[in-house]
Design a protein around this ligand. Structure first.
Ligand code: GLU
Length: 433
């Protein structure tokens, strides 16, 4: 039997992290078995559906590297099909019309289905009321459209969030009434937040797009999502691409809810950032900086690669470059008020900075070892503690108390900027307000 799975989002909100993981498990399962992944858009509720959310779903799937073999297929374009199958059930006497709606009659019974992860699940149908198939406005309910589509699209495995477990017995009854063969069901556990409740806005970002925007790398984000409920075995944590496809085993997905752990995600992203080749990292940073207007269209990618080399081990997400390292791109940099007060307003600071400036201005090659030698010589000759020069110089050049290694940072910034910032700090900033 060839594997055919589907991902069936409703375009009623941005693609949620939980849905993204459902999409990912479906896609990995399909790729692993060289099957097909079908994208079905469940948009029969036209009032709640929104084209902007549809675009978000496409963009988020693309970010995750998920490419559908078939689709998008829109339920809103298949109304005639649902009506036809509803008629079939009416004619067979399995359904009846009530005030314009088509309602399926459920006789009291125990329905059992087998779930790949949870085993046999038996539900007493007296627990649910009658099943509406078609609403009076001519649109199908979720359960009915889902069964008609999964059957007609020859879906072999229905892999979805376990919030749908309660729907499955209803769908099983509909499969039987329509004379369709059952697919294999696999209900995967939800992702929960730190409070063990369903991942919600209260604890930070919930949509894939938000994670994309702050600069998580696709491989890192995908890696993190698959680790929520599955692991490649051993102590291995980093896995991506074809290796991930080869190793992925749906039957080994854990049954219990997975807790979203922001720190783990950040750690993984850091690992992937460290492994990103510098020219590529420079490109990724350039995209963001250009969008911010901080980089000219004809910027120097080699120079940006030098910045990237300094930051590679320090970035948690790409956005950190804008938040913490803007001084590479802004002239003058933003000065942290606290750092200025603490390090630039001391007695003799201005003189020291101007003397450092003077010595640096005489250097012909402006590399980190030479800058360091000049600074150390000044410290020794003036009998200073190094921190009395280094801390003010750092604040003068970066605007911040914490930065990448100072001498390398100066070398990358270049002589002209370093001299002008030292001067600015010594003259404009070191005065007490
Ligand atoms: N549109 C449904 C959802 O987004 C699909 C559920 C299913 O996969 O059957 O939850």
């Amino acid at each position: 039997m060839s594997v055919r799975v589907r991902f069936a989002p409703s375009p009623t909100g941005k693609l949620h992290v939980g849905s993204a993981r459902t999409a990912l498990f479906n896609w990995l399962f399909a790729r692993h078995h060289r099957g097909a992944f079908v994208l079905r858009i469940e948009d029969t509720d036209q009032k709640r559906s929104n084209p902007a959310f549809l675009q978000d779903i496409y963009a988020s799937l693309a970010f995750l590297g998920i490419v559908a073999e078939e689709g998008p297929i829109f339920q809103s374009k298949r109304l005639a099909l649902y009506q036809e199958h509803a008629r079939r059930l009416l004619q067979a006497g399995a359904a009846a019309e009530h005030e314009g709606a088509v309602v399926f009659s459920v006789s009291p019974q125990a329905v059992t289905f087998t779930d790949l992860l949870h085993g046999d699940i038996t539900v007493d149908t007296t627990l649910f009321e009658s099943l509406v198939l078609m609403k009076s406005d001519g649109t199908p309910t979720y359960n009915f459209a889902c069964v008609v589509d999964d059957a007609l699209m020859q879906i072999s495995h229905v892999i979805r969030g376990d919030d749908h477990i309660a729907n499955t017995p209803k769908q099983v009854l509909l499969y039987r009434a329509l004379g369709f063969a059952l697919p294999v069901f696999a209900h995967i556990p939800l992702i929960v937040g730190v409070d063990r409740a369903r991942l919600s806005k209260r604890f930070g970002a919930t949509s894939v797009d938000e994670y994309r925007q702050v600069g998580y790398l696709p491989d890192a984000f995908v890696n993190y999502l698959v680790l929520l409920g599955w692991s490649p075995g051993g102590n291995r944590e980093l896995i991506a691409g074809q290796e991930l496809i080869d190793a992925f085993d749906l039957s080994k997905v854990r049954k219990t809810a997975a807790q979203f752990d922001q720190r783990k995600l950040d750690w993984l992203n850091g690992q992937y950032l460290k492994r990103t080749p510098l020219p590529r990292l420079a490109e990724l940073l350039a995209e963001r900086l250009k969008a911010k207007g901080w980089l000219a269209a004809d910027h120097d990618l080699d120079w940006l690669a030098r910045v990237a080399a300094l930051l590679q081990d320090r970035l948690r997400v790409l956005e950190d470059i804008e938040d913490q390292h803007a001084f590479f791109f802004r002239e003058p940099p933003d000065y942290e008020e606290e750092a200025v007060a603490k390090y630039l307003r001391g007695d003799g600071v201005a003189e020291r900075l101007l003397e450092l400036r003077e010595r640096l201005s005489r250097m012909s090659s402006f590399d980190a070892p030479a800058i360091e030698a000049a600074a150390r010589a000044l410290v020794a000759e003036r009998q200073l503690a190094s921190k009395d020069l280094i801390h003010p110089a750092r604040v003068a050049v970066t605007g911040r108390e914490v930065s990448p290694p100072l001498f390398e940072t100066m070398a990358v910034l270049g002589k002209a900027k370093v001299l002008s910032r030292l001067e600015h700090a010594a003259t404009a900033l070191s005065r007490k307000p």
